[in-house]
Design a binder for this molecule. Structure first.
Ligand SMILES: Nc1nc2c(ncn2[C@@H]2O[C@H](COP(=O)(O)OP(=O)(O)O)[C@@H](O)[C@H]2O)c(=O)[nH]1
Ligand SMILES: [Mg+2]
Length: 263
Protein backbone atom coordinates (compact mmCIF):
# COMPACT_ATOMS: atom_id res chain seq x y z
CA UNK A 1 0.00 0.00 0.00
CA UNK A 2 1.29 3.48 -0.77
CA UNK A 3 1.91 5.74 2.17
CA UNK A 4 -0.63 8.35 1.17
CA UNK A 5 -3.53 5.93 1.37
CA UNK A 6 -2.81 4.93 4.95
CA UNK A 7 -5.02 7.32 6.88
CA UNK A 8 -6.85 7.90 10.13
CA UNK A 9 -10.01 6.02 11.14
CA UNK A 10 -12.77 7.72 9.18
CA UNK A 11 -12.81 8.80 5.54
CA UNK A 12 -13.95 12.24 6.68
CA UNK A 13 -10.83 12.72 8.81
CA UNK A 14 -8.57 11.24 6.21
CA UNK A 15 -8.81 14.27 3.98
CA UNK A 16 -8.52 16.96 6.68
CA UNK A 17 -5.28 18.82 6.12
CA UNK A 18 -4.47 16.30 3.41
CA UNK A 19 -1.38 17.29 1.43
CA UNK A 20 -2.68 15.67 -1.77
CA UNK A 21 -1.90 17.58 -4.95
CA UNK A 22 -5.48 18.19 -6.04
CA UNK A 23 -6.14 20.50 -8.97
CA UNK A 24 -9.66 21.89 -9.29
CA UNK A 25 -10.22 22.67 -12.98
CA UNK A 26 -12.95 25.29 -13.36
CA UNK A 27 -14.05 26.33 -16.85
CA UNK A 28 -15.50 29.83 -17.09
CA UNK A 29 -17.48 31.72 -19.66
CA UNK A 30 -18.96 34.98 -18.39
CA UNK A 31 -18.75 34.09 -14.70
CA UNK A 32 -17.39 37.38 -13.33
CA UNK A 33 -20.29 37.61 -10.86
CA UNK A 34 -19.45 34.19 -9.41
CA UNK A 35 -15.69 33.83 -9.61
CA UNK A 36 -14.49 35.77 -6.53
CA UNK A 37 -16.60 33.80 -4.03
CA UNK A 38 -15.87 30.51 -5.81
CA UNK A 39 -12.11 31.10 -5.68
CA UNK A 40 -12.35 32.04 -2.02
CA UNK A 41 -14.36 28.95 -1.12
CA UNK A 42 -12.14 26.54 -3.08
CA UNK A 43 -8.91 27.95 -1.66
CA UNK A 44 -10.32 27.82 1.89
CA UNK A 45 -10.72 24.03 1.74
CA UNK A 46 -8.58 22.13 4.29
CA UNK A 47 -6.28 20.91 1.51
CA UNK A 48 -3.14 23.05 1.60
CA UNK A 49 -1.65 21.67 -1.63
CA UNK A 50 -4.85 22.13 -3.61
CA UNK A 51 -4.62 24.35 -6.70
CA UNK A 52 -7.40 26.10 -8.58
CA UNK A 53 -7.03 26.28 -12.35
CA UNK A 54 -9.42 28.54 -14.25
CA UNK A 55 -9.92 27.81 -17.94
CA UNK A 56 -11.40 30.91 -19.52
CA UNK A 57 -12.40 31.18 -23.17
CA UNK A 58 -11.92 34.94 -23.56
CA UNK A 59 -15.17 35.78 -21.75
CA UNK A 60 -16.55 39.10 -22.98
CA UNK A 61 -17.48 40.07 -19.39
CA UNK A 62 -13.82 40.16 -18.31
CA UNK A 63 -13.79 36.91 -16.29
CA UNK A 64 -10.28 36.15 -17.62
CA UNK A 65 -8.78 39.44 -16.37
CA UNK A 66 -10.60 39.07 -13.06
CA UNK A 67 -9.12 35.58 -12.71
CA UNK A 68 -5.62 37.00 -13.27
CA UNK A 69 -6.21 39.58 -10.55
CA UNK A 70 -7.46 36.95 -8.12
CA UNK A 71 -4.46 34.71 -8.90
CA UNK A 72 -2.17 37.60 -8.08
CA UNK A 73 -3.98 38.07 -4.77
CA UNK A 74 -3.83 34.39 -3.74
CA UNK A 75 -0.33 33.50 -4.99
CA UNK A 76 2.94 34.23 -3.22
CA UNK A 77 6.05 34.92 -5.29
CA UNK A 78 8.55 32.06 -5.18
CA UNK A 79 5.98 29.55 -3.90
CA UNK A 80 3.95 26.98 -5.80
CA UNK A 81 0.91 28.89 -7.10
CA UNK A 82 -2.48 28.28 -5.47
CA UNK A 83 -4.37 29.63 -8.46
CA UNK A 84 -3.52 29.53 -12.15
CA UNK A 85 -5.37 30.77 -15.23
CA UNK A 86 -5.43 29.21 -18.66
CA UNK A 87 -6.57 31.70 -21.28
CA UNK A 88 -8.00 30.27 -24.48
CA UNK A 89 -8.74 32.48 -27.46
CA UNK A 90 -11.75 30.53 -28.68
CA UNK A 91 -14.97 29.27 -27.11
CA UNK A 92 -15.06 25.87 -28.76
CA UNK A 93 -16.93 23.80 -26.19
CA UNK A 94 -16.90 22.81 -22.56
CA UNK A 95 -15.26 19.46 -23.34
CA UNK A 96 -12.35 21.09 -25.13
CA UNK A 97 -11.90 23.59 -22.31
CA UNK A 98 -11.73 20.66 -19.86
CA UNK A 99 -9.25 18.72 -22.01
CA UNK A 100 -6.95 21.76 -22.03
CA UNK A 101 -7.25 22.29 -18.26
CA UNK A 102 -6.93 18.65 -17.26
CA UNK A 103 -3.95 18.08 -19.57
CA UNK A 104 -2.18 21.06 -18.04
CA UNK A 105 -2.95 19.77 -14.53
CA UNK A 106 -1.42 16.38 -15.39
CA UNK A 107 1.68 18.02 -16.84
CA UNK A 108 2.00 19.95 -13.59
CA UNK A 109 1.96 16.68 -11.67
CA UNK A 110 -1.49 16.76 -10.06
CA UNK A 111 -2.42 13.54 -8.21
CA UNK A 112 -6.16 14.22 -8.43
CA UNK A 113 -8.17 16.45 -10.76
CA UNK A 114 -11.60 17.82 -9.85
CA UNK A 115 -14.09 19.18 -12.38
CA UNK A 116 -16.24 21.94 -10.91
CA UNK A 117 -18.61 24.53 -12.40
CA UNK A 118 -17.99 28.18 -11.58
CA UNK A 119 -21.63 29.05 -10.90
CA UNK A 120 -21.97 27.69 -7.37
CA UNK A 121 -24.04 24.66 -8.41
CA UNK A 122 -21.47 22.23 -7.04
CA UNK A 123 -21.03 22.37 -3.24
CA UNK A 124 -17.34 23.14 -2.79
CA UNK A 125 -16.92 21.35 0.54
CA UNK A 126 -17.83 18.01 -1.08
CA UNK A 127 -14.29 17.87 -2.54
CA UNK A 128 -13.12 16.62 0.86
CA UNK A 129 -15.62 13.75 0.82
CA UNK A 130 -14.85 12.94 -2.80
CA UNK A 131 -11.13 12.72 -2.11
CA UNK A 132 -11.73 10.56 0.94
CA UNK A 133 -13.94 8.24 -1.12
CA UNK A 134 -11.29 7.95 -3.85
CA UNK A 135 -8.78 6.85 -1.26
CA UNK A 136 -11.04 4.61 0.82
CA UNK A 137 -12.49 2.78 -2.20
CA UNK A 138 -9.47 2.93 -4.47
CA UNK A 139 -11.58 4.62 -7.13
CA UNK A 140 -10.28 6.16 -10.34
CA UNK A 141 -13.37 8.32 -10.53
CA UNK A 142 -15.65 9.78 -7.86
CA UNK A 143 -18.91 11.28 -9.11
CA UNK A 144 -20.57 14.08 -7.14
CA UNK A 145 -23.97 12.53 -7.68
CA UNK A 146 -27.48 13.98 -7.66
CA UNK A 147 -29.04 10.59 -8.23
CA UNK A 148 -27.79 8.32 -5.45
CA UNK A 149 -29.39 8.10 -2.04
CA UNK A 150 -28.84 11.37 -0.21
CA UNK A 151 -28.29 13.31 -3.45
CA UNK A 152 -30.56 16.30 -4.07
CA UNK A 153 -31.65 18.81 -6.68
CA UNK A 154 -32.41 22.40 -5.83
CA UNK A 155 -36.17 22.74 -5.37
CA UNK A 156 -36.02 25.66 -7.79
CA UNK A 157 -35.64 23.21 -10.63
CA UNK A 158 -39.01 23.00 -12.31
CA UNK A 159 -40.67 19.72 -13.13
CA UNK A 160 -39.73 20.03 -16.77
CA UNK A 161 -36.02 20.43 -16.02
CA UNK A 162 -35.98 17.60 -13.50
CA UNK A 163 -37.58 15.29 -16.03
CA UNK A 164 -35.20 16.36 -18.78
CA UNK A 165 -32.16 15.72 -16.57
CA UNK A 166 -33.49 12.37 -15.41
CA UNK A 167 -34.29 11.40 -18.97
CA UNK A 168 -30.83 12.41 -20.26
CA UNK A 169 -29.27 10.26 -17.54
CA UNK A 170 -31.50 7.26 -18.09
CA UNK A 171 -30.99 7.50 -21.83
CA UNK A 172 -27.19 7.64 -21.68
CA UNK A 173 -27.07 4.86 -19.09
CA UNK A 174 -29.32 2.60 -21.14
CA UNK A 175 -27.53 3.20 -24.44
CA UNK A 176 -24.13 2.63 -22.87
CA UNK A 177 -25.10 -0.07 -20.40
CA UNK A 178 -23.54 1.93 -17.58
CA UNK A 179 -24.48 1.58 -13.92
CA UNK A 180 -23.33 5.08 -12.96
CA UNK A 181 -26.49 6.73 -11.62
CA UNK A 182 -25.46 10.29 -12.49
CA UNK A 183 -23.53 9.72 -15.69
CA UNK A 184 -24.13 13.30 -16.90
CA UNK A 185 -22.73 14.83 -13.68
CA UNK A 186 -20.32 17.71 -14.10
CA UNK A 187 -18.82 17.46 -10.61
CA UNK A 188 -16.21 14.70 -10.62
CA UNK A 189 -12.88 13.81 -9.04
CA UNK A 190 -10.37 11.81 -11.08
CA UNK A 191 -7.13 10.12 -10.16
CA UNK A 192 -4.26 11.22 -12.39
CA UNK A 193 -3.59 7.59 -13.34
CA UNK A 194 -7.11 7.20 -14.71
CA UNK A 195 -6.93 10.40 -16.76
CA UNK A 196 -3.52 9.45 -18.14
CA UNK A 197 -4.99 6.18 -19.30
CA UNK A 198 -7.76 7.89 -21.23
CA UNK A 199 -5.76 9.86 -23.79
CA UNK A 200 -7.75 13.05 -23.41
CA UNK A 201 -6.64 14.45 -26.76
CA UNK A 202 -8.57 11.77 -28.66
CA UNK A 203 -12.05 12.32 -27.16
CA UNK A 204 -15.04 12.81 -29.47
CA UNK A 205 -17.04 15.30 -27.43
CA UNK A 206 -16.54 18.99 -27.96
CA UNK A 207 -19.25 20.03 -25.52
CA UNK A 208 -21.22 18.84 -22.49
CA UNK A 209 -21.32 15.20 -23.65
CA UNK A 210 -17.69 15.14 -22.54
CA UNK A 211 -19.06 14.29 -19.07
CA UNK A 212 -20.66 11.07 -20.30
CA UNK A 213 -17.85 10.10 -22.65
CA UNK A 214 -15.12 10.36 -20.06
CA UNK A 215 -17.00 8.33 -17.44
CA UNK A 216 -17.93 5.67 -19.98
CA UNK A 217 -14.38 5.30 -21.28
CA UNK A 218 -12.91 5.21 -17.79
CA UNK A 219 -15.16 2.43 -16.55
CA UNK A 220 -14.74 0.46 -19.76
CA UNK A 221 -10.98 0.69 -19.30
CA UNK A 222 -11.48 -0.97 -15.91
CA UNK A 223 -11.28 2.02 -13.57
CA UNK A 224 -13.55 1.90 -10.58
CA UNK A 225 -16.23 4.60 -10.24
CA UNK A 226 -17.98 5.46 -6.98
CA UNK A 227 -20.67 8.06 -6.35
CA UNK A 228 -21.00 10.36 -3.36
CA UNK A 229 -24.25 12.26 -2.85
CA UNK A 230 -24.31 16.01 -3.39
CA UNK A 231 -26.96 18.67 -3.37
CA UNK A 232 -27.02 20.51 -6.70
CA UNK A 233 -27.77 24.21 -6.23
CA UNK A 234 -29.31 26.37 -8.92
CA UNK A 235 -27.04 29.21 -10.04
CA UNK A 236 -28.01 32.59 -8.57
CA UNK A 237 -25.82 34.82 -10.80
CA UNK A 238 -25.25 34.85 -14.55
CA UNK A 239 -26.82 32.61 -17.17
CA UNK A 240 -26.50 29.00 -18.31
CA UNK A 241 -24.39 28.34 -21.41
CA UNK A 242 -26.28 25.19 -22.30
CA UNK A 243 -27.54 25.45 -25.90
CA UNK A 244 -29.69 23.34 -28.17
CA UNK A 245 -26.54 22.33 -30.01
CA UNK A 246 -24.90 20.95 -26.87
CA UNK A 247 -28.13 19.12 -26.03
CA UNK A 248 -28.18 17.50 -29.45
CA UNK A 249 -24.55 16.46 -29.06
CA UNK A 250 -25.46 14.93 -25.71
CA UNK A 251 -28.12 12.84 -27.42
CA UNK A 252 -25.85 11.67 -30.24
CA UNK A 253 -22.59 10.93 -28.44
CA UNK A 254 -23.88 7.93 -26.42
CA UNK A 255 -25.12 6.34 -29.66
CA UNK A 256 -21.82 7.01 -31.41
CA UNK A 257 -19.83 5.61 -28.50
CA UNK A 258 -21.98 2.53 -28.41
CA UNK A 259 -21.71 1.89 -32.14
CA UNK A 260 -17.95 2.08 -31.88
CA UNK A 261 -17.74 -0.09 -28.79
CA UNK A 262 -17.65 -3.89 -28.87
CA UNK A 263 -21.00 -4.57 -27.25
N1 LIG B 1 -14.24 27.80 -20.76
C1 LIG B 1 -15.52 27.48 -21.03
N2 LIG B 1 -16.39 27.33 -20.00
C2 LIG B 1 -17.66 27.01 -20.29
C3 LIG B 1 -18.14 26.81 -21.61
N3 LIG B 1 -19.46 26.48 -21.55
C4 LIG B 1 -19.80 26.48 -20.25
N4 LIG B 1 -18.72 26.80 -19.47
C5 LIG B 1 -18.63 26.84 -18.00
O1 LIG B 1 -18.97 25.54 -17.56
C6 LIG B 1 -19.72 25.59 -16.35
C7 LIG B 1 -21.11 24.95 -16.55
O2 LIG B 1 -21.86 25.74 -17.44
P1 LIG B 1 -23.36 26.21 -17.17
O3 LIG B 1 -23.66 27.29 -18.12
O4 LIG B 1 -23.55 26.51 -15.72
O5 LIG B 1 -24.16 24.91 -17.59
P2 LIG B 1 -25.45 24.29 -16.89
O6 LIG B 1 -25.16 24.22 -15.43
O7 LIG B 1 -25.59 22.97 -17.54
O8 LIG B 1 -26.54 25.24 -17.21
C8 LIG B 1 -19.77 27.05 -15.96
O9 LIG B 1 -18.69 27.31 -15.09
C9 LIG B 1 -19.58 27.76 -17.30
O10 LIG B 1 -19.05 29.06 -17.16
C10 LIG B 1 -17.19 26.97 -22.68
O11 LIG B 1 -17.48 26.81 -23.86
N5 LIG B 1 -15.90 27.29 -22.32
MG1 LIG C 1 -24.66 25.67 -14.22
Amino acid sequence: MSQSSAGPETPENAAQGDAARVTVVMPTYNEAANLPRMAEAVLALPLPALQLKIVDDSSPDGTGELADELAEKYNTAGERPRMTVLHRTEKDGLGRAYVAGMSAALEEDAEFVVQMDADGSHPVEAVVRMLAAARAEDAGLVVGSRYVEGGQLDEEWGRHRVLLSRFANAYARAVLGSDIRDITAGYNLWSAATLRDLDLATLDSAGYSFQVELKYKATRAGHRAVEVPIRFEERTEGASKMTLRTQLESALVPLRLRMRGDH
